[in-house]
Structure formats: C-alpha cells, structure tokens
Ligand binder design. Structure first.
Ligand code: GDP
Ligand code: IMO
Ligand code: MG
Length: 429
C-alpha cells in the first residue's frame, strides 16, 4: 500500500500544507477529504509563499488535485482562490483540479448563520472561522444541502429550496433577519455554476482507477484531531471528523486506502479560537513562541495561543487516528531556550490522569504534569539531516517518541519546502 494520509495531530496549523507539498513530489494524486475553506495551509517555495484554504496543497506542484465529497465547498471562495493562485503562476485546469460532484455547497446564508450564532452565544462562543462550515455540514446531514451536481440542474432546485428555506427562514426570523431571497440565490448560483462545473467529476471513479493502477494517493487532512467533532475538545471543535478514517468516506475509497497515516505535530502546541488548552503559556515564553513561530492564523489573522508540547494529547490523537508515524514541525522555533517542558500527564481533583477527560469542565480544570529537559543554544533552522541537529534536540525528539508511543518519520526545520529531515519515507511503507 503506497498511499499516505496526512492529518493534524493537535489543534490544526501544525504545518500540514508544507509537509503535503513536500510529499506531493512523490504522489500521483493529492486529495482533500473533509473541512472547507476554514483551513489555511501555507507553502513556502523559494521566494514565493502560497496560502491555500480549499485547494489541495498538491496543486502548486501540478500534481492532480482532488476535492472529495467530504469537503464543504464555497463556490465563490473557490473562484477567488483559483484566481489568486493563477495570478501567482500556478496552472489550475480541469486536468489538474477535480471536484466531487457530490460536494455540498456553502451558501451565503450559511456564512450569515455562522456569524449570527457566534455573536449571540455570549460565553458559549466557539470562535469559529465564520465561514459557514458548521451550518453547511448541518444542512448536509439534514438532507437539505445543494450539491455541486445540482448546479447542472438549477431548474429542478425547487423541492431542495423549499426544504432549505423552511429551515433557514425560521432561524433567520428568530435572529430578526429577512428570509432567504430565493430568486437572488438562484441568480447567484446560475452565475457561478459553469465555473464550478468545469472541475466537477465523479471523483470516486478516478480515485478507484488510481488505486487499481497502484498510483500513489496522498490524502490531505485539514484541521487536527483535537478539533474532530467526536474525538476533539467538544464543543470547541469543527463540524467534521478530522481523523484519518475520514479519508475513506470523504473520497469514495475503502478503508484500506489510507495507507501510512502521518500525523503532523508541532514541537510545541498552538490553538486558535476558544476552548481548553492545558499547556497554554500566558507569559514571556508563550509570547516568544508566538513571535518566533509567527503564530497568526492564515484564515482569520487571529493570534494563535501558544504552549508547551502536550504528549498526552498527541498520544491520544495518534491512538484514535491510527497514526503510523509523526512529522515533527517547527523544531527551530524552540532554538535558544534554556529549558523545555513536556506535559506527560494531568492532575485532576487529586488524581493522576494519562488521558484527556471527555467533559469540557474537566478538560478546562486539568493541571499539566511537566517534565523538563535541557534546551539547545545552536540553530536548527534549515537543518536537512539528522547529523545537523544538536544532541539536546535529538534527545527532545526521542523523548517525544517515547511519550507519544509513535516514531518520528519527518522533522521540519523551517517554512521552506526543502528544509525537511527524512527519517522514514512514508511512501516506502
Ligand atoms: P497547516 O494548517 O497545518 O497547513 O499549517 P499553517 O500553514 O496554518 O501554519 C504553519 C505555519 O508554520 C506556516 O506559516 C508555515 O509556513 C510554517 N512552518 C511550517 N513548518 C515550519 C517549520 O518547520 N519551521 C518554521 N519556523 N515554520 C514552519
Ligand atoms: P488548518 O487546516 C486551526 C478552528 C476554529 C474554531 C473551530 C471551529 O489550517 O489546520 P469552524 O470555522 O471550523 O467551525 O471553527 O475550529 N479551526 C481551525 N484551527 N486550523 C484550522 O485549519 C482550523 N479550522 C478550524 O478556529 O476554533
Ligand atoms: Mg492552518
């Protein structure tokens, strides 16, 4: 099995985009299988920086890039991202980009509802990206969604629009908003339809053919396991399953397709948005990590919260997602620290825990148990081989492997594509 599934092992922004771009040179197809344009994946190639939200990160290398049925697709966001990347010199054609004809659409009223609900939620705010992700997934499961294939049959939208309007107009009335402008929506869809339809395909057919031919498929997860709607820090999560298992259902390939599951983890921890974060550092070290790591959200520009590496959480992420190996990113951000702490367990009401409890209040009250190890003063930035790493950095990586019970397959030492240390080739396993 030559496939690789990349997923985030923390709260997102672990550096998945960089690693997927790096691995894409060895892949025949790159496939997104969940999430939407809430994702923000940054790729640095020479002096060019590419920021992708909806498009698979393989697109920059010209690798066939597929958006699977598990993604929620905002047609207008798609168009502007395609235009932005085309202006940067990336070739995006129906030969390089294919979109599942069964993808549910994110529509303007989904965005409205996301923002209206957040604004009305007081202390209960999730801190979403306000891009309509949650409301679009709700409509998919509620069997009200308009999908990509519907764009080729706009004259037959009546019953779906009846269902959508019945649901959303009741909600909108509650928020003091006018009902959905049906004719306006139909006109907007008619205007964007051809743009989306040029890429629309039954992608499961292409992917199954790729599998039969033994082509290498690289699945690109968005968000991270701690934002998974089942396994994450509920309710402070996104509205999709972000674990590797979703690669099958979100594309139309069987569960054996996932192959090597590569969990991406930062050498420390960040989170953007609300929710529990046991190892968060609200001090000078947290500020330092944020500055050195340039921890500002790609999508919303929000400052990311920073803290020490939490081995309990990453161990749990690896277990629930069946991670085969880890890519440890942003090691260089830790350069120059005297001491580095790793969370190895929690204390809750006098007891020691080796896992993250399920209840939000318990998650907010656990106290991390730390082990400290010596830092390193040398620079690891740009290292491309194990031999270039200081002994203390190697010791740190080895300790993480022990604690998370999972081997490190790659180490990343800068935003640049080639500044990557290969320990074990995920495609060779
Ligand atoms: P993603 O959402 O998982 O793809 O991650 P993001 O792109 O949102 O955030 C990761 C950020 O860290 C981006 O700005 C990357 O360019 C940058 N990055 C990735 N790997 C490294 C690394 O090893 N070192 C440093 N310093 N930056 C990195
Ligand atoms: P990438 O793929 C980090 C967070 C939001 C919020 C929660 C729910 O770049 O790692 P949503 O808009 O999805 O309903 O927001 O999830 N979130 C992310 N955080 N990286 C992401 O994606 C994220 N996508 C969503 O900040 O807390
Ligand atoms: Mg990101």
């Amino acid at each position: 099995m030559a496939n690789v599934t990349v997923i985030g092992a923390q709260w997102g922004d672990e550096g998945k985009g960089k690693i997927v771009d790096w691995l894409a040179s060895r892949a025949d197809v790159v496939v997104r299988f969940q999430g939407g344009h809430n994702a923000g994946h940054t790729l640095v190639v020479g002096n060019q920086t590419y920021k992708l939200s909806l498009l698979p990160s393989g697109i920059v290398r010209g690798t066939l890039s597929v958006i699977g049925n598990g993604v929620v697709l905002d047609p207008w966001a798609l168009k502007s991202e395609v235009e932005k990347l085309t202006a940067q010199g990336v070739s995006i054609t129906p030969e390089t980009l294919q979109i599942a004809d069964t993808c549910p659409l994110i529509l303007p009223f989904h965005r409205d509802l996301d923002a209206l609900r957040e604004d009305a939620s007081g202390q209960g705010k999730i801190g979403t990206t306000r891009r309509g992700i949650g409301p679009a997934y709700e409509d998919k499961v509620g069997r009200r969604a308009i999908r990509v294939c519907d764009l080729a049959h706009l004259g037959q939208l009546g019953p779906q629009l009846d269902r959508l309007c019945a649901h959303h107009n009741a909600l909108r009335a509650g928020f003091g908003e006018p009902p959905i402008d049906r004719a306006g929506l139909e006109a907007e869809l008619a205007e964007i339809a051809d743009f989306v339809l040029q890429f629309a395909r039954p992608v499961w057919l292409r992917l199954n053919a790729a599998k039969a031919k033994g082509e290498r498929i690289l699945f690109e997860g968005a968000q991270g396991v701690l934002l998974d709607v089942d396994h994450g820090t509920y309710p402070f999560v996104t509205s999709s399953n972000t674990i590797a298992g979703t690669a099958a259902g979100g594309t139309g390939l069987g569960p054996s397709a996932a192959g090597f599951v590569l969990g991406i983890a930062k050498a420390y921890t960040t989170r953007v948005g609300a929710g529990p974060f046991p190892t968060e550092l609200e001090d000078a070290i947290g500020e330092r990590l944020g500055e050195r790591g340039r921890e500002f959200g790609t999508v919303t520009g929000r400052k990311r919260r920073c803290g020490w590496f939490d081995a309990v959480l990453v161990r749990q992420s690896c277990a629930v997602s069946g991670v085969t190996g880890i890519a440890l990113t942003k090691l260089d951000v830790l350069d120059g620290l005297d001491q580095i702490a790793i969370c190895t367990g929690y204390r809750l009401r006098g007891e020691t825990l080796n896992h993250f409890p399920a209840h939000a209040a318990d998650q907010a009250s656990v106290e991390p148990i730390y082990e400290t190890i010596e830092g390193w003063q040398e620079s690891t930035a740009g290292a491309r081989s194990w031999a270039e790493l200081p002994a203390s950095a190697i010791k740190y990586i080895r300790r993480i492997e022990e604690l998370i019970q999972c081997p490190v397959a790659l180490v990343s030492t800068s935003p640049e594509r080639e500044d990557t240390i290969l320990v074990r080739d995920p495609f060779a396993n």
